[in-house]
Design a protein around this ligand. Structure first.
Ligand SMILES: *Cc1c(COP(=O)(O)O)cnc(C)c1O
Length: 410
C-alpha cells in the first residue's frame, strides 16, 4: 500500500447543490436601516422572535418533568415511543382522519418529515409537484439529491387556490407525488373542504400520492375551518407531515411527524418498512420532547390555541385593512397560519426595478423589513409575518404608508 499523496476532501455534490433561496436572496440585499428608526422585522417566520407568544405552560412543565424523571435519557425506538406515536394518532383522529400509532413516525421537526416523505417516494430523476408561491425547502431537498420539482400555480385572485388544470398539466411519468401545503406558508391561505377534495380528485385520477404539509393544522382564523387532506381521502394514499413547531410556538424543540394514511393499502407494507428504515438513519427524534406529546396533544384544543390564533387573527385584520388602503399595495386576505402576501403595483413605483429593490428601500427609508416573495418563487409580492406585537405592527403600518406615499407615482 503506497497511500495517497493528496487529501480528497472536496464537499460532496449533495452539499454543493444544497441551496436555500431565502438565504441567497436576503444575503445579497443591501439592508441598511434608517438610523433614526428602530428596525421592525416583519420577515422572520419564527413566532418566538418578539416574546409575545409564549408556549403553553403545560409544554414547559412537562419538559421539566420529563428531564427530572430521568427515564427518557436513553434511545427510543427509531420511529418514536409507542405512547408518543399513539398521542399523535389520537390527535390526528380528532382532526377527522382515523390514524393508528403504527402509522406515525416521529422525526426532528416537520422539515425532517418532509425529507423522509421525499426520500421514501423519490429516486434521482423523479419529480414532485410543489405550490408556487411556496415554501422553499422542497426545492432545496430535491435539487441537492438529483430530484426535480415542478411548480403549480396558486391564484391570488382565488384566495390562493390551486390552478387545478395547471397542476394536472405538469404531471409526467416521473412524477411521484403532489405536495399540498395547507394552511400555506407564505400565503396564509386555508383551503375549503371542497377545494381539498378537488385536489384529491386530481391525485386520484392520476394515481399519485399526496404529501400533505399540515404544519399549520388548526391555525385557521374564525369562522373558517381547517380541512386535513386525509380527512377527505378514501383511497388516495397520503403522507401527512406535521409537528409542534408552529401550533405550540416552539420551533426550536424540533419535533415533527410523518404519518401514513393508506386506507386502501396502496403504499403497502414494503413502503411502511421503507419509512421505518429511513427513521433508523438518525436513530429517532429527541426523547424528552417526545415524552411531552401525550399531555400536550390532549390539551391541544384548549383556550391556549384560541388565544394565540386569536392574537394572530387580530393582527391579520389590522394589517389587511391598513395595507388595503395604502397606495400601490394589494394585500391578499389572510385566512390562517401567520403570514400575509402583499402585491406591489411596481409600475407605480418606477424607482424600483423589482420587489427586492422595493423591500430594500423600505429598510433604508423606514427600517421595516418585509421578505421579497421571490424567496418563494413569486416576484412582484412581499410577505409579512403577523406574529409581531400589535403596537409594533401598527407602527410598521404607519411607516409603510409613509413609504408608499413618498414613492408612489400615479
Ligand atoms: C415552518 C415550516 C416547516 C418546518 O417546520 P419545522 O417543524 O420547524 O421543521 C415546514 N413546512 C412549512 C410550510 C413551514 O412553514
Amino acid at each position: 500500500m503506497n497511500g495517497f499523496n493528496e487529501w480528497r476532501v472536496t464537499p460532496s455534490n449533495t452539499a454543493k447543490n444544497t441551496y436555500n433561496p431565502i438565504r441567497a436572496i436576503v444575503d445579497g440585499m443591501k439592508l441598511t436601516p434608517n438610523p433614526e428608526k428602530a428596525m421592525i422585522p416583519l420577515s422572520i417566520g419564527d413566532p418566538t422572535t418578539f416574546g409575545n407568544l409564549p408556549p403553553p405552560q403545560i409544554a414547559v412543565d412537562s419538559i421539566i418533568e420529563g428531564v427530572q424523571s430521568k427515564i427518557f435519557n436513553g434511545y427510543a425506538p427509531s420511529a418514536g415511543y409507542k405512547e408518543s406515536r399513539e398521542a399523535v394518532a389520537q390527535y390526528l383522529t380528532k382532526n377527522g382522519s382515523r390514524t393508528k400509532a403504527e402509522d406515525v413516525f416521529l422525526v426532528s421537526g416537520c422539515s425532517s418529515a418532509i425529507e423522509h416523505a421525499i426520500s421514501v417516494l423519490l429516486d434521482p430523476g423523479d419529480n414532485i409537484l410543489i405550490p408556487r408561491p411556496g415554501f422553499s425547502l422542497y426545492r432545496t431537498l430535491c435539487i441537492s439529491q438529483g430530484m426535480q420539482v415542478k411548480s403549480y400555480n396558486c391564484l391570488p385572485e382565488r384566495m390562493w387556490e390551486v390552478d387545478l388544470s395547471h397542476l394536472e398539466s405538469l404531471i409526467d411519468e416521473r412524477t411521484k407525488a403532489i405536495v399540498v401545503v395547507n394552511p400555506s406558508n407564505p400565503c396564509g391561505s386555508n383551503f375549503t373542504a371542497d377545494h381539498v377534495r378537488d385536489i384529491i380528485e386530481v391525485a386520484k385520477k392520476n394515481k399519485l400520492p399526496i404529501i400533505a404539509d399540515e404544519i399549520y393544522a388548526g391555525m385557521t382564523f374564525k369562522p373558517l375551518e381547517f380541512t386535513s387532506c386525509c380527512s377527505q381521502s378514501e383511497d388516495v394514499p397520503i403522507l401527512t407531515c406535521g409537528g409542534i413547531s408552529k401550533i405550540f410556538l416552539v420551533p426550536g424543540w424540533r419535533l415533527g411527524w410523518v404519518v401514513m394514511h393508506d386506507r386502501k393499502n396502496i403504499f403497502g407494507e414494503e413502503f411502511r418498512r421503507g419509512l421505518m428504515s429511513l427513521t433508523q438513519r438518525t436513530l429517532g427524534a429527541c426523547t424528552i420532547v417526545q415524552s411531552i406529546l401525550p399531555k400536550l396533544l390532549e390539551n391541544a384544543d384548549n383556550e391556549y390555541m384560541d388565544k394565540a390564533v386569536g392574537l394572530i387573527q387580530s393582527n391579520a385584520e389590522i394589517a389587511f385593512s391598513r395595507m388595503s388602503n395604502m397606495r400601490g399595495l394589494k394585500p391578499v386576505t389572510p385566512q390562517a397560519a401567520f403570514y400575509m402576501m402583499v402585491g406591489i403595483s411596481l409600475r407605480n413605483f418606477p424607482k424600483f426595478k423589482n420587489e427586492v429593490e422595493f423591500t430594500e428601500a423600505m429598510v433604508s427609508e423606514q427600517s421595516v423589513f418585509c421578505l421579497p416573495a421571490s424567496c418563494f418563487d413569486y416576484p412582484g409580492f412581499f410577505r409579512i409575518v403577523l406574529t409581531v406585537p400589535e403596537e409594533k405592527l401598527k407602527e410598521a403600518c404607519d411607516r409603510m404608508e409613509e413609504f408608499c406615499n413618498a414613492n408612489y407615482v400615479p
